[in-house]
Design a binder for this molecule. Structure first.
Ligand code: BTN
Length: 243
């Protein structure tokens, strides 16, 4: 086994990512999984809130990958593939796609989000990596600007957060193992297989790019083709599809 899973579950916490980070600072080993039934300060990407009522899955997995900081982002694609594979077991007929950098969509609607946090060591490596994952099992936020869904809304027969976590951890084990043996190449290929493609808008803090989804580079950056035919690599942005 790659992940020596040590599950700590609580009814309520501020943020499972914060708990996992605190545990990392106190020396917890790789494989610690923090799960909560509800979060009162659930965190999303770009400083946003992750609404966290009872009934959905909120978990954070602590890794100590001993990798360069530049490679840490690979784990967001690994996590997205693991979530997708777990959800495919529950919704075998559904079209489950991946949206850069790490959203999981079912029929175009967001069902899961992933938040990676890490800390540098004294050199260029990272000391720890926390992968925070939220899966909408019973409910999903109402967001007209960004359609969302849940396992329940999609008609899954099994929607219990604990069972989703069991499937997810098995898939994470398998994708992390593949990555540690074969590197990012197969992860990138698999991710591209399931990537949502089309016309996109990538919103950065200081500018916006409009173009066509094109590729993922070896560092996990999004490559978009702009209207003038040039390609632009993007390391971090909010991405929107124009249908
Ligand atoms: C996003 O799509 O913006 C990322 C959402 C990540 C939410 C999960 S829920 C479990 C973990 N704890 C947090 O506070 N956030 C992540």
């Amino acid at each position: 086994m790659i992940l020596n899973v040590n599950l700590r579950k609580s009814l309520l916490t501020a943020s499972t990512n914060d708990d996992a980070k605190q545990a990392a600072l106190e020396g917890a080993a790789e494989g610690l999984v923090i799960q909560a039934e509800r979060q009162i300060n659930g965190k999303g990407r770009q400083g946003r809130e992750w609404n966290s009522p009872v009934g959905n899955l909120y978990c954070s997995i602590l890794l100590r990958p001993n990798c360069e900081a530049i490679q840490a982002g690979h784990y967001s694609f690994i996590a997205a593939l693991a979530v997708r594979a777990a959800l495919t077991e529950l919704l075998p007929q559904a079209n489950i796609q991946l949206k850069w950098p790490n959203d999981v969509l079912v029929h175009g609607k967001k069902i899961s989000g992933i938040l990676l946090e890490s800390a540098p060591m004294h050199d260029t490596k990272i000391d720890w990596l926390v992968i925070g994952i939220g899966v909408n099992c019973r409910t999903h936020p109402d967001n007209p600007a960004y359609p969302t869904s849940s396992l329940k809304a999609e008609g899954a027969a099994m929607i219990a957060a604990d069972q989703v976590l069991t499937l997810l951890l098995a898939q994470l084990e398998s994708w992390i193992s593949s990555y540690r043996q074969h590197g990012f190449g197969p992860i990138r290929t698999a991710w591209l297989t399931y990537a949502r493609r089309g016309a996109i808008t990538a919103r950065l803090p200081d500018r916006t790019y409009e173009g066509e989804f094109c590729d993922l580079d070896p560092f996990g950056r999004l490559i978009i083709r702009l209207a003038d035919g040039t390609e632009q690599a993007i390391a971090a942005a909010d991405v929107f599809f124009s249908v």
